[in-house]
Design a protein around this ligand. Structure first.
Ligand SMILES: [Zn+2]
Length: 136
């Protein structure tokens, strides 16, 4: 069964792909809440960055950083967030998105509001604090 990104790449809507080469594409996610939200997507269905060769990984990151530079030049954001998830879509892709301070984001489910990293205040000394920092 093809994943969501494979399906999108089979028949992209007009204007979705804003740049591409034989290996990857840059997609305009175009969500009103997140202007400039872009994904860099490997064309072939590959699950992990480490499934790519070193040269392919460097190519992915070079494009991610080029998109980041373009967003900085055009939008002058407070911060750019870069993220690679695969919870919902196990297909190599990077999110490049302007950070909006204090606004929790959901990169995979528009409309669902949660922090990508559920960071909460931690009462433990730093030396003893590792996984428990994110517990409710
Ligand atoms: Zn796929």
């Amino acid at each position: 069964m093809a994943c969501d990104l494979c399906k999108l790449l089979e028949a992209p809507a007009e204007g979705v792909i804003i740049w591409g080469d034989q290996l990857l594409v840059v997609i305009n996610v175009d969500e009103a809440e997140y202007p400039g939200y872009t994904r860099v997507v490997w064309r072939e269905h590959v699950r992990e960055m480490t499934d790519l060769t070193a040269a392919q990984r460097q190519h992915v990151m070079a494009v991610v950083w080029a998109v980041e530079q373009a967003q900085r030049a055009v939008m002058a954001p407070h911060k750019i967030n870069l993220a690679s998830f695969g919870n919902m879509t196990p297909h190599v892709h990077w999110h490049v998105i302007r950070a909006i301070p204090t606004t929790p984001i959901s990169l995979s489910r528009p409309g669902r509001r949660y922090s990508v990293l559920p960071i909460r205040p931690c009462w433990r000394p730093a030396a003893r604090c590792y996984q428990r920092c994110t517990r409710p």
